[in-house]
Write a protein that binds this ligand. Structure first.
Ligand code: PLP
Length: 437
């Protein structure tokens, strides 16, 4: 039975909200305040009775009602194990699960849904490549290239691989304003690495890296390119075919979807040539007591029962984002970043990290308030109802680069607006007053 999930009422409402004339001048591509009505998280005031100003999407995003409803509806009415039942409910669940895979493929411009492997998150996607492709294709004396801008998820798997097989791992340096040093990339490509692992958007600084250019340069020396899209897929149009990359990793929970679901996209011929990452049920075609034959991709990489409802929930998140339009999502965040960067720049004692050019800066601003520890900043912000992240953001090499232990990070999404930025700058001033900084 062919089953397509019903169009979400909330997704339709979103499209309407986005098109609806706003009460006040629209701030960005659409009204963040109108969109907040779609997110139950904003219905509840914070512990001190303040309006929630959520500036931590880069860690994990709140869920729109459409996603929560899709999860609840799946568990209530469409839940059974997938790919194995010869009964209607299982076929229904399988149809919805596979429809979600097609949505992910369409969302990132993948030529085929068969190239989309469901995993738990971007970390698992990168580990899958490091273990399966890496242990097969990288050997003693080979080189791997990552960058100083990466999240630990795009560093540690390569460190482990290099250690185990006797390869060397090097990193492209970053400039003072947090961009990839492309001259350093060119120099380091002379070692002819087997793979370049690079993020499209830095979670620590918000830098948007020129990934298509990295791919061109890397391919010219025969290197494959893995793009960590954990921070790009949620916030800008992504087209893996146009980028020309070989692998692309994303996490559902950062793009309004449930936690526990993510995706790895890989070029078909690469996936076909890779051994399984985990083994067991579902990933086989035949098992005897002497051995087993692997299933075709993507199932070869999906051992055991997958996160069924979560995949369907991710499909609902994609519907929601596509109803807004990813171009407009990016435009909205670009507008917010430009305003936040300028407003924060007017406050003495605030150090902003990352590129000043909003074209190169996604919806993440990392701050240091002179003389105040980022954890204290986040605590003061919390009293104002503002949720930010303070710490090294799982990007310690970035902190080392600037010789700081941590930053305070504000990250924006579709539900944010200029009121949130005003709340942020007010909180920065209150914090400075409190600490006499
Ligand atoms: N890569 C980047 C750039 C990230 O920002 C993150 C999470 O913050 C990850 C990878 C890992 O994502 P997850 O924890 O969902 O696996």
């Amino acid at each position: 039975m062919a089953v397509e999930p019903a169009a979400s009422a909330t997704a339709t409402a979103v499209a309407t909200a986005a098109a609806r004339p706003a009460q006040k001048p629209v701030q960005g591509a659409f009204s963040g305040a109108a969109l907040r009505a779609d997110f139950p998280a904003f219905d509840t005031p914070t512990h001190l009775g303040k309006r929630l100003v959520y500036l931590d999407a880069a860690a994990s995003a709140p869920k729109p009602r459409a996603v929560i409803d899709a999860l609840a509806d799946t568990y209530a009415h469409h839940y059974a194990n997938v790919h194995r039942g010869i009964y209607e409910l299982s076929e229904d669940a399988t149809g919805r699960f596979e429809a979600a895979r097609r949505k992910v493929a369409g969302f990132i411009g993948a030529p085929s849904a068969r190239e989309v492997v469901f995993v738990r998150n971007a970390t698992e996607a990168i580990n899958l490549v490091a273990y399966s492709w890496g242990r097969t294709n990288v050997g003693r004396g080979d080189h791997i290239l990552s960058t100083q801008l990466e999240h630990h998820a795009n560093i540690v798997p390569w460190q482990q691989l290099a250690r185990e097989v006797g390869a060397t791992l090097d990193y492209v340096e970053i400039t003072d304003d947090g961009r990839l040093d492309m001259d350093d990339l060119r120099r380091k490509l002379e070692a002819r690495p087997k793979l370049v692992a690079v993020s499209q958007v830095s979670n620590a600084l918000g830098t948007i890296s020129p990934v298509a250019e990295v791919v061109e340069l890397a391919h010219a020396v025969g290197a494959l390119v893995l793009v960590d899209g954990a921070q790009s897929a949620p916030h800008m149009p992504v087209d893996v075919t146009a980028l020309g990359c070989d692998f692309f990793a994303l996490s559902g929970h950062k793009m309004l979807g449930p936690s526990g679901i993510g995706a790895l996209w890989g070029r078909r011929e690469l996936l076909d040539g890779m051994p399984p990452f985990m083994t067991g049920g579902s990933m086989i075609i035949k098992v005897t007591l002497d051995g087993a034959e692997w299933n075709e991709v993507p199932y070869k990489f999906e051992a055991g029962t997958p996160a069924i409802a979560e995949a369907i929930g991710l499909g609902a998140a994609i519907d929601y984002l596509e109803a807004l339009g990813m171009d407009r999502v990016r435009e909205h965040e670009r507008y917010l970043v430009e305003h936040a960067w300028a407003a924060l720049g007017e406050i003495p004692g605030v150090w902003r990290l990352g590129p000043a050019d909003p074209e190169l800066h996604a919806g993440v601003i990392s701050l240091v308030l002179e003389g105040i520890h980022p954890h204290d900043v986040a605590t003061v912000f919390d009293h104002e109802g503002i949720a930010v992240r303070a710490g090294h953001h799982c990007a310690q090499p970035v902190m080392l680069r600037y010789d700081i232990p941590a930053t305070t990070r504000a990250s924006f999404y579709v539900y944010n607006d200029l009121d949130d930025i005003a709340a942020l700058t007010d909180a920065v001033r209150s914090c400075q007053q409190l600490f006499n900084a």
